[in-house]
Ligand binder design. Structure first.
Ligand SMILES: [Zn+2]
Length: 210
């Protein structure tokens, strides 16, 4: 059975089944996605997120998000305006930046649902370990792009599905809130489709420039 890709509407081919979830590989953008029938109910999804750490003083947690934070510091100053999209309960990325006097605000559909953030545009948007949770990546990337100012950067962190990874044994796919997995080629598709001038990938960090 074929299912359409929620990023590019291409045809998905079933490549794997485990833990009651079907996984499809898109023949167009090469992203891998979970069939929509396996999406968690929002209440269940929030319960999973509630169990995540919210202690931003933990060094391990700070290290985990540091690629995103450093990427902001490398390209932007206190004068620039930033948004952390999907900031979670802890708002760790926005808070670590605020501690250095950076102007970053958090948004999260579950924990900081302040739609006023969508009435402005930003010099940078961070989204750290968020895009793998997108049920509708086409809609979310469209929105993110629309929120960026000229010369802005979209700074993403996710575990990239590299060609060397054996999908069947890949731990990252097993989190029931992870529903879309990006290959490097998939980010090239995103760059072209959403009209970004530049794409940089370094390990789990992806930077798309307007
Ligand atoms: Zn696709």
């Amino acid at each position: 059975m074929e299912t359409l890709c929620p990023l590019c509407n291409g045809e998905g081919t079933k490549i794997h089944h485990s833990r009651n979830r079907d996984y499809y590989s898109c023949t167009n953008c090469t992203g891998v996605f979970v069939g929509p029938t396996a999406f968690l109910h929002p209440t269940e999804e929030k319960k999973r997120y509630d169990s995540h750490s919210d202690d931003i003083t933990q060094q391990g947690y700070q290290n985990f998000v540091s690629p995103c934070v450093l990427a902001v510091k490398n390209s932007f100053t206190e004068k620039h305006k930033g948004l952390d999209f999907g900031c979670g309960r802890s708002e760790i990325v926005a808070k670590l930046l605020q501690q250095k006097n950076y102007n970053s605000v958090g948004y999260d559909p579950y924990y900081k649902n302040n739609p006023a953030v969508f009435t402005q545009q930003y010099d940078y948007i961070t989204s750290c370990e968020v895009i793998e949770h997108f049920n509708n990546p086409a809609k979310e990337f469209e929105r993110l792009k629309s929120l960026l100012l000229p010369n802005a950067k979209l700074i993403l962190q996710t575990n990239i599905l590299q060609a060397t990874i054996d999908f069947g044994t890949w731990w990252y796919k097993n989190d029931p809130t992870h529903v879309f997995f990006y290959t490097p080629e998939c980010f090239q598709f995103i760059q072209k489709h959403f009209d970004f001038s530049k794409l940089e990938i370094d390990k789990n960090l992806i930077i798309l420039s307007v």
